[in-house]
Design a protein around this ligand. Structure first.
Ligand code: UDP
Length: 416
């Protein structure tokens, strides 16, 4: 593998007071049953996007629960990431022609990664492969050893896939011992996967991105970026990507501005290594903002990291997530956990998170605008909405629940 990630340390005990006692005890018991089992997570990047976000918490907590857990990044390069980005888009329904050249690039990097895995001589009880980029690792590594159980974790929504890409990947995916999808609706149509397991993702309430920040500290951080904290602002935190529709967010903001002239818009997007499209879309968005001094664009390259994202999310007057397609939408979970009024598209995992009263679901740009305007004008309604959302996330979408679900699957596969 190209790189072993050091995700640092976390202690399960720190989560004791945040989640139910029974859940905590269940994790400890599963950890005992699985003590010493060796787990390798493999993903395409250690930075940007939901998968990396989850693994920085899950890997240390699996270790603390008693499993020997590592996280490797597969080999990659710009041509490879261009192909896998096309795969990702195609699996979510975009037009794309699967060429012989693209297949060759995809297979080549999977083969190199698989060879390096074999050469390392390390032995794994569980190979936990994330998303389509490394999906051929099992094929090219020959499954490693007969004891190794293989899990493929799918984050995107495969309900309306481009058939060519799906049919190409499917035999490989079906060959895994288990396939984890976020929800039933994301599974590919007309496909029977015997190892199908449904597990929604989760956020870490104690990470710098989600830990409690005081309103004063958040205002102090946000004001350093030139945003006027005495005036309302709306924020969308998302990769610069057509599926996240930053241009649509700007259209909606312009409609809101007619009603609430002092409103500001903040668009924050991290630039991920496996997302070459990001730069094109960043410039497109800058041009579309057309010099409006109340629109702010930030990224990890302008010093907006986890704490800063936390500060913006913690005091935003409205959090927007105007995705056209979405995986689970972790960024929605983050906003709800911070008790923010939320306006989000009715796509992917978003409706499942937006429990009755915990946010406003919308379909069109005018609907985004009118929902935002309502929340900016009716502060009591907005506050009440925030409270609902937070409790729903506490019950369903915090990391200890995800850890428990993954450990249950390991125990089942390993007969532990
Ligand atoms: N994110 C971030 N900085 C950014 C943009 C995104 O930290 O500038 C994080 C965001 O907070 C969330 C993750 O990246 O934790 C995005 O996950 P999500 O499931 O919403 O979308 P994905 O990028 O996986 O499609």
């Amino acid at each position: 593998m190209q790189q072993r990630v050091n995700p640092g340390n976390k202690s399960l005990a720190d989560y004791r007071s945040i989640v139910r006692r029974e859940l905590y005890d269940e994790i400890v018991a599963l950890g005992e049953r699985l003590r010493g089992k060796r787990v390798l997570h493999v993903s395409a990047t250690s930075f940007g996007g939901g998968v990396a976000e989850i693994l920085y918490t899950l890997v240390p907590l699996m270790r603390d629960a008693g499993l020997e857990t590592e996280w490797d990044i597969m080999f990659g390069s710009e041509p490879f990431f261009n192909v896998t980005k096309s795969f990702h888009n195609a699996l979510q329904g975009a037009d794309y022609e699967l060429t012989v050249e693209d297949r060759a690039i995809y297979e080549e990097y999977n083969r190199i990664s698989a060879e390096s895995l074999q050469k390392s001589g390390e032995d794994w009880d569980i190979m936990f492969v994330h998303d389509p980029q490394p999906a051929l690792l099992k094929h090219f590594s020959g499954g490693l050893s007969p004891q190794t159980k293989w899990i493929w974790r799918c984050h995107p929504d495969l309900s309306t896939p481009n058939r060519h890409v799906l049919d190409y990947l499917l035999p490989h995916i079906a060959d895994y011992d288990a396939q984890i999808y976020t929800m039933e609706e994301y599974t590919p149509p007309d496909v029977h996967l015997p190892g199908l397991t449904l597990i929604p993702p989760a956020i870490d309430p104690l990470s710098p991105k989600n830990m409690a920040l005081s309103a004063d500290d958040s205002r102090y951080i946000v004001s350093q970026f030139g945003v006027d904290v005495e005036k309302p602002f709306m924020v969308q935190v998302s990769r610069f990507d057509p599926w996240k529709d930053p241009l649509g967010v700007i259209d909606a903001y312009r409609l809101v501005k007619d009603e609430v002239p002092e409103v500001q818009l903040v668009l924050i997007g991290s630039m991920a290594h496996d997302d070459p499209e990001g730069w094109d879309y960043w410039y497109k968005t800058v041009n579309y903002a057309d010099g409006d001094r109340d629109i702010f664009l930030f990224s990890n390259l302008t010093n907006v990291g986890a704490i800063e994202v936390n500060a913006f999310q913690s005091i935003a007057d409205v959090v927007i997530q105007k995705s056209i397609r979405e995986g689970f939408g972790l960024v929605v979970t983050e906003a709800l956990w911070k008790a923010r009024p939320l306006v989000a598209s009715r796509v992917g995992g978003i409706p499942m998170q937006v429990d009755a009263g915990g946010g406003m679901l919308v379909d069109t740009i005018p609907e985004v605008a009118s929902a935002c305007t309502k929340l900016l004008k009716d502060r009591d309604f907005a506050r009440e909405m925030g409270r609902h959302g937070k409790e729903h996330v506490r019950t369903h979408y915090l990391t200890p629940r995800l850890l428990r679900d993954d450990l249950l699957l390991f125990a089942k596969l390993l007969g532990a």
